[in-house]
Ligand binder design. Structure first.
Ligand code: NGQ
Ligand code: ZN
Length: 460
């Protein structure tokens, strides 16, 4: 079994390095990262620049099943909320076999598109009529099986969901598969822990949003999780839509991020997903809390959310990463492109993501998003350094968009000028090559399973 790879160029946490020998141990952890190495015995040779695998910090796997199917006018004015109604309709029909088939294809797609691990924000828990499955963990286990089969790193975040709006509004019909008490959530976590531990997955908690989780439940669930595992990750949707901000103000007199920072122990365990609508004080306090901003630029564009002020967040030293969320797009490079372009639109400037230390936008964004993504995943996937997982992606130096360029320019071309074709040759997770020559070994089978599941779900 391969235990090392030699790369003419590799993107280390501090920047690009030449002739890097990556060596990992049996557990799939990097044991040595040595620049200036010679080609030695036994080391495979990378076919292009090696970059760290991107952790995908936000996924609702089942939503891949209807990606692209809401892009038509359904009402006078379509919005996030009308999209959500369609999403609920799709979720209502989903069974465990569909969940597993969709996730298997999705996770293979992710590996082919630069993501080597994923945080799954999993909120469909119950049967279609709202009753718990005989095994309450059925749908979470379907996702765990998909991740294992495909070989993607995994952080499972079962979702607590109790109300349809601020102030304890009763849940609606479309939400009945999501609803559970705080105690039953803690029971679910207990029952999932052994399966997660057995496959090296991390288990955390996702209070869905302040709309869906009342203050007491939030406090008790976070405390219960902390008792189980004091460093477990906590993800929450926080301020995606302006209506959500208005409703929160009407309920509490505070904005969502402001409320959360005042009422919950927000720290580096937390990922604030869609912290899109913040005022200056929230940018400052949110960044200072140590929480990761979970940015999902293509979904946020697709759903008409608004634009996160990246320069402001980074100016305060805020951590951040990217996720593919609704999977309208599944491509790590494209999330970075969309993030950078959203900032250019808003600020009428260029190269917003570059820094003094890393003038190449794609390089700077990749390094920061890998750091923040690893923090959100609560797994050692923070890049090409000793002690981190051997999770990396090899760019295809023969791809037309990349040929003959320097390594930093190859990554720039991959992000900004690969014309939506993948310039990825290989993806390795925990030292195992899961994608080679651009394809996952399960590509064809998983695609077939996905199409069959989708057809069934869309029938009549
Ligand atoms: C979700 N998705 O949980 O899938 C949400 C929609 C909601 C995004 N926020 C449902 N992108 O927020 O109520
Ligand atoms: Zn989400």
């Amino acid at each position: 079994m391969t235990r090392s790879l030699l790369a003419a160029d590799a993107l280390l946490p501090g920047g690009w390095a030449k002739d890097v020998l990556l060596t990992w141990n049996d557990a799939g952890e990097l044991a040595q990262v040595q620049a200036g190495a010679q080609a030695g015995q036994g080391a495979a040779v990378a076919r292009g620049p090696v970059i760290p695998g991107m952790p995908n910090l936000h996924s609702h796997a089942f939503q891949r099943g209807f990606a692209g199917l809401t892009e038509h006018r359904a009402g006078e004015q379509d919005s996030f909320w009308s999209w959500r109604t369609l999403m609920y309709r799709f979720a209502a029909r989903l069974g465990p076999e569909h969940m597993e088939a969709i996730a298997t294809w999705l996770y293979a797609e992710m590996l082919e598109a630069g993501y080597t691990s994923v945080c799954e924000f999993q909120y469909v828990h119950h049967q279609a009529d709202g009753r718990a499955y005989a095994d309450d963990a059925t749908l979470s286990l379907a996702l765990l099986r998909a991740a294992t089969k495909v070989g993607i790193g995994f952080t499972l975040l079962p979702v607590l969901y109790q109300t349809s709006g601020f102030g304890g509004l009763a849940p609606n019909e479309g939400q009945r598969r999501f609803i559970r008490t705080t105690d039953s959530m803690l029971g679910l976590l207990e029952s999932l822990k052994p399966a997660c531990d057995a496959q090296g997955a991390r288990l955390g908690l996702a209070p869905h949003s302040l709309r869906a989780v009342p203050p007491d439940a939030l406090r008790n669930a976070v405390a219960g999780l902390g008792a189980m595992d004091p460093s477990a990750p906590i993800h929450i949707h926080i301020a995606e839509q302006t209506k959500e901000v208005d409703d929160c103000l009407a309920w509490s007199g505070q904005r969502p991020v402001e409320w959360l920072l005042d009422h919950a122990p927000v720290d580096a365990r937390w990922c604030l997903v869609h912290a899109t609508h913040m005022n200056d004080a929230e940018y400052q306090r949110g960044a200072a809390s140590g929480a990761v901003a979970g940015l999902c630029p293509t979904t946020e564009a697709n759903l008409g959310d608004g634009i996160f002020d990246f320069a402001k967040w980074r100016g305060h030293g805020g951590a951040w990463g990217v996720g593919s969320d609704s999977h309208a797009t599944v491509n790590a490079a494209e999330e970075l492109l969309m993030l950078e372009y959203s900032q250019r639109f808003a600020s009428r400037q260029r190269n917003v993501g570059a820094t003094a230390a890393q003038p190449h936008v794609a390089t700077a964004l990749t390094l920061a998003a890998v750091q923040g993504g690893a923090q959100a995943a609560a797994r050692p996937v923070a890049g090409l350094a000793v002690g981190q997982r051997a999770d990396f992606v090899v760019l295809d130096a023969q791809h037309l968009a990349l040929q003959g360029l320097s390594a930093p320019d190859m990554l720039s071309a991959h992000v900004f000028a690969s014309h939506r074709t993948s310039a990825i040759d290989a993806a390795w997770v925990g030292g195992r090559e899961r994608v080679s020559a651009g394809r996952h070994a399960l590509h064809d089978d998983a695609a077939q399973g996905f199409v069959a599941a989708r057809s069934q779900l869309l029938k009549d």
